[in-house]
Ligand binder design. Structure first.
Ligand code: GUN
Length: 298
């Protein structure tokens, strides 16, 4: 069969446009004497991936004109210390939203920290109140990766109504919220949704019947060409740091999709890097802007 000529879902370009729109809004807020949105981030330890993600979040705040605060702890921080800082940020009127970068060291109960965050400031959308509100379609902070994917689908006007969307992965951060959102009576949404995971027996057959595949497994090059039907839309959420001698940093970001095999079958496909990664960061910025404007909760 003849190969499709696929189009790239250019998250880098779309996120640059969104940053520009938000920077313009900050200028307008400033001119009107309003409050500049302020994001705080808590980073524990020195995990390479987390360091990079948090540095990018702070850098993007600066580019847009938001205020940002980075709070760092060593790996031996106690749960009490972290809970104390969360409480302080909850009460700090200058901080509109904050995040605790995950994963946390094993001795800290991650869910306890997440639930200690005031949901009004939970710009990651991880608090059960935000998750619950999202699942029944109420205004809330939607976690950044799923929100970024929805925005990319919207800006490329990808048809979703009635389509079969297969989500690979069932994490609380991506797979589950993504499936919930694609099911929602909305655009993007209105899909028939199937969620597959590491225990699924018929994963390949499910993928072959999918119009839209969203891969969030964290398994490099998992999705192969023979798992995708002609004309499908493929979204690659994978960002595994694979050691490489070809880059200055010593690693290469690798997606969950074997791009060379899959792309020729697709109508649209998101690349790694330059696809969902930049959309995730910009969606966190959007949540921060909404928090600063008290647009979701008073
Ligand atoms: N670790 C991986 N992704 C995320 C994210 O979106 N937010 C936080 N806080 N930690 C993460």
């Amino acid at each position: 069969m003849e190969a499709q000529s696929y189009k790239l879902l250019d998250g880098k370009a779309v996120s640059a446009q969104m940053k520009k729109e938000m920077a313009e809004e900050v200028v307008r807020i400033k001119a009107a004497g309003g409050k500049i949105p302020h994001l705080a981030a808590i980073l524990v330890g020195h995990d390479g991936g987390s360091e990079t993600y948090v540095a990018n979040k702070v850098k993007t705040c600066n580019e847009i004109g938001f205020k940002s605060t980075l709070i760092r702890y060593e790996n031996d921080v106690t749960e009490e210390e972290l809970l104390g800082k969360v409480d302080e940020l909850n009460r700090d009127d200058d901080v509109d939203g904050f995040i605790v970068q995950l994963p946390l060291p094993k001795h800290i109960h991650e869910q306890k920290i997440i639930e200690a965050i005031d949901y009004h400031k939970d710009v990651d959308g991880f608090h059960p109140i935000n998750v619950g509100r999202m699942s029944i379609g109420l205004p809330c902070f939607v976690s950044a990766t799923p929100a970024g994917i929805l925005e990319l689908l919207r800006r490329y006007q990808i048809p979703t109504r009635g389509k079969h969307c297969v989500v690979l992965g069932r994490s609380n951060i991506v797979g589950k919220p993504m499936a919930t959102l694609m099911l929602q009576k909305a655009y993007p949404g209105d899909c028939t949704v199937t969620v597959c995971h590491s225990r699924s027996e018929n994963l390949k057959e499910m993928c072959l019947s999918a119009d839209i595949i969203i891969v969030a497994l964290g398994v490099p090059e998992f999705l192969r060409g023979n798992m995708v039907k002609e004309g499908a839309v493929v979204i690659d959420v994978g960002t595994t740091r694979v050691p490489s001698t070809l880059t200055k940093s010593g690693f290469k970001l690798t997606g969950d999709v074997k791009f060379d095999e899959v792309a020729p079958k697709c109508s649209y496909i998101s690349p790694v890097p330059g696809g969902i990664g930049p959309m995730t960061i910009v969606s966190l910025m959007r949540n921060t802007l909404l928090a600063g404007k008290k647009a979701i909760y008073d």
